[in-house]
Design a protein around this ligand. Structure first.
Ligand SMILES: [Zn+2]
Length: 287
């Protein structure tokens, strides 16, 4: 059961958004600023995302008539302008995902603000508008980050995990819709192996890894909830993994009882049912 059920548009049973974080080679360059550029293997692993996987994912979305959300660090947008252009051309949303994937807890809030606004400038210049949503690198949103989102008029954050469904996060600066991720629908645990940043995992087979996301989907569908995988093009956008996802997506779209939408639309829908949402708070002063 769900403590705070939310009705979905058109009588659909489930709300859903497939989100891709296009981190690309920002990960290795940020983790190893002194010699990351010499480490061609992890650089190439990241570059596969915007250059090979994203065109594949966009092709699937076009054939299935899906409009979804991609989160991009500002540095990645600047480095891969053709990827930004292709995503926007197909009508997808691009959310704020830091400057170069710096962990907000890895430096002072002053430095974090500078990086945040550098990425904001990139979004405005390359997309023609301020982003409506944000996801923190490694989900590490701080009270300072949430405060800045509110000051800048963001509609939603997607970093915190206090419910199964979109909820309301109250902070001293106001309130924002939180669209919660969690590690069970993140593709790092099953698919990432990244020695340079200390992430050593046994890589799962495509169906085996994706099965966990499907089980999350089935559980959410059973109670009329919400499903949002957090995927990375250089991981789930690989040939065999995306083939499994694509085959499964085709089936669920045929069944027709799910509302897939970009995060911005999901946040607007949740905001229009404000009274039904769980309320959580950020206490910046005493946190
Ligand atoms: Zn990321």
């Amino acid at each position: 059961m769900l403590l705070h059920p939310l009705p979905w548009p058109d009588g659909k049973r489930l709300g859903a958004a497939i989100t891709f974080d296009i981190d690309a080679d920002s990960l290795i360059r940020n983790a190893r600023p002194d010699d990351g550029y010499l480490r061609l293997a992890p650089v190439s692993m990241g570059r596969y995302g915007p250059t090979v996987a994203v065109p594949r994912i966009l092709d699937t979305y076009r054939r299935f008539g899906l409009t979804q959300t991609f989160f991009m660090p500002g540095w990645v947008m600047e480095t891969y302008p053709a990827t930004v252009e292709a995503i926007l051309k197909d009508g997808h949303e691009i959310g704020h995902h830091s400057w170069r994937h710096e962990d907000p807890m890895g430096h002072s809030d002053e430095v974090e603000a500078e990086l945040f606004y550098r990425a904001m400038d990139t979004h405005v210049r390359m997309t023609g508008r301020k982003p409506r949503g944000y996801r923190a690198p490694v989900y590490n949103a701080t009270p300072g980050v949430i405060g800045r989102l509110l000051t800048e008029g963001f509609l939603y954050d997607s970093s915190l995990m206090a419910d199964d469904l979109p909820y309301l996060l109250q902070a001293p600066e106001g309130e924002i819709i939180e669209i919660p991720p969690h590690w069970g629908t993140d593709d790092w645990p099953p698919f990432a192996h990244f020695e340079e940043i200390g992430y050593l995992m046994p890589v799962r087979g495509p169906s085996d890894g994706i099965r966990a996301f499907i089980e999350e989907y089935d559980a959410a569908m059973e109670v009329g909830g919400f499903w949002m995988p957090v995927l990375h093009p250089f991981l789930t956008g690989r040939l065999a993994r995306w083939a499994v996802m694509e085959r499964w997506l085709e089936k669920v779209l045929e069944a027709g009882d799910v509302w897939f939408a970009p995060m911005e639309e999901i946040a607007r829908h949740a905001a229009s049912h404000r009274d039904l949402l769980r309320v959580d708070t950020v206490d910046g002063a005493s946190a």
